[in-house]
Design a protein. Structure first.
Length: 312
């Protein structure tokens, strides 16, 4: 059965990649469906971009196998590339060309038919018609981002690869960008996006978290949080840094994380956590049980991963 027939955009098994002696991706397996926004998260240098490039036939793995858009990632990379739109973190279009000229050149590179109509349509769809004659280099970060996304979808790809596309963009532009992404996904296009922003992670249909090339978890945000079984309390008041140091020595408190003017403490046993934190509070400090956040869970997963590495 082809990927187009069964709704699967990407299905890969045991992908591994080394650069010299360093294993950058280590046995990653996952599936991405059409019409899905799939978020890739992880620390810098964790292998996110390398993994995405292998899944889409842009980089050959040392071992592993899979399909992308119905094509074998090992043997049919060229066929995959023609069906993919890629948006790097750094703006990569031509600053000295106008918005329209950038899109027209992109259309030529993909040897598109009816280029004029396609460019006109994407200008309208992305709200760029009023800026068609403006040079790309003079655009703000948010408008450059919008132009880059318009260029990605111009040739009608079945899959979008977005590498930290909102880095350095203001919150309003980020919100508008994600509205565009959900509209694109609703058309049946698969979207793989790497991000460091937790609010963006929660906008994805499903997520993968990668550290040191290993896939630590995958699923919806709610599934990932539930799977860890963590309970969390938030603590407010003075001297929170000193309190965190005290809580770190208590077995029932498995994690403490500062969140602005509050401190989150988490543990697997709710009653033991509440007793431990309540017993450690000082004057002016108070606690309140809260829902464990996705960020709490990701910090917990990474800390546990590194602890396991140290034990080996």
């Amino acid at each position: 059965m082809t990927a187009r027939a069964d709704g699967i955009a990407i299905a890969v098994r045991d992908l591994t990649k080394r650069f010299g002696k360093k294993k950058v991706v280590d046995g990653v397996s996952l599936t991405v469906t059409r019409g899905e926004i799939y978020g890739f998260l992880g620390p810098n240098g964790s292998g996110k971009t390398t993994c995405i490039r292998m899944m889409c036939g842009l980089l050959r793995p040392d071992s592993g196998s899979g399909t992308c858009l119905g094509f074998d990632i090992l043997r049919e990379g060229d066929a995959i590339k023609r069906r993919v739109g890629y948006m790097p973190q750094k703006f990569s279009l031509w600053d000295d060309l106008t918005v329209r000229e950038n899109l027209e050149l992109t259309a030529q590179l993909f040897t598109m038919e009816n280029r004029r109509d396609a460019v006109g349509q994407v200008l309208e769809n992305f709200g760029l018609a009023g800026r068609a004659r403006q040079r790309a280099g003079a655009l703000s970060g948010g408008w450059k981002q919008r132009l880059a996304l318009a260029s990605c979808v111009l040739h009608g790809p079945e899959l979008l690869l977005l590498d930290e596309p909102t880095a350095g963009v203001d919150p309003t532009a980020r919100r508008d960008f994600w509205s565009e992404l959900h509209g694109i996904a609703a058309q049946g296009i698969a979207v793989l996006v790497s991000t460091h922003y937790m609010d963006e992670a929660e906008r994805c249909h499903r997520l993968a978290y990668v550290a040191q090339g290993k896939l630590l978890t995958t699923g919806t945000a709610a599934e990932i949080v539930a799977a860890q079984g963590l309970h969390t309390v938030t603590i407010r008041g003075p001297r929170l840094h000193a309190l965190a140091k005290k809580l770190e020595k208590i077995p029932a408190v498995e994690q403490t994380v500062a969140f602005g003017t509050a401190l989150h403490a988490s543990g697997s046993d709710r009653d033991s956590l509440l007793r431990a934190v309540a017993g450690a509070l000082e004057g002016g400090q108070g606690l309140e049980p809260v829902e464990t956040s996705l960020e709490d869970v990701f910090i917990y997963l990474v800390n546990r991963f590194w602890a396991n590495c140290e034990l080996r």
